[in-house]
Design a protein around this ligand. Structure first.
Ligand SMILES: [Cu+2]
Length: 142
């Protein structure tokens, strides 16, 4: 009877694993830090003029915290702008020279106006005249 002895498998690499898992943990932490930073950057985004002209569509302007958002807007002729009041107090949207004027808008009330003529339109809140906004009506480039 022969006693065959098998050699144990070599487990030399085991020593290095601790270091690798430390590096891995560091990378995970770094990824979280980057994500958190990206999130903070988004939170500081401000009132940017809204994007592409739309034709024959309705674009919404939110009234929130005594601010029109977006407060500058470029649209194509034929676009309807719909103001929606998200505040707990009434607001009243009017063109600077009163070319249009809403009723007093309670919470979640809205007012819509369709802009047909190219040009700049400035508007404000009659109840809070420091609330202002601007709409540029401009035909899309062809
Ligand atoms: Cu107001």
């Amino acid at each position: 009877m022969s006693n065959v002895s098998k050699e144990a498998p070599i487990t030399g690499a085991a020593g290095g694993r601790g270091v690798l898992s430390h590096v891995g943990a560091f990378l995970v932490l770094l990824a979280f830090a980057l994500l958190a930073f990206a999130h903070l950057s988004n939170a500081t985004e401000s009132l940017v003029p809204a994007a592409a002209p739309t034709d024959g569509k309705t674009v919404e302007v939110a009234i929130s915290n005594f601010t029109f958002t977006p407060n500058e807007l470029t649209i194509a002729p034929g676009t309807t702008v719909k103001w929606v009041n998200h505040d707990d107090i009434p607001h009243l949207v009017a063109e600077k020279a009163l070319a249009f004027k809403s009723q007093a808008l309670d919470t979640n009330d809205s007012f819509s106006f369709t802009f047909t003529k190219p040009g700049d339109v400035e508007y404000f809140c009659v109840l809070h005249p420091h609330m202002i906004g601007k709409i540029t009506v401009k035909a899309a480039a062809t």
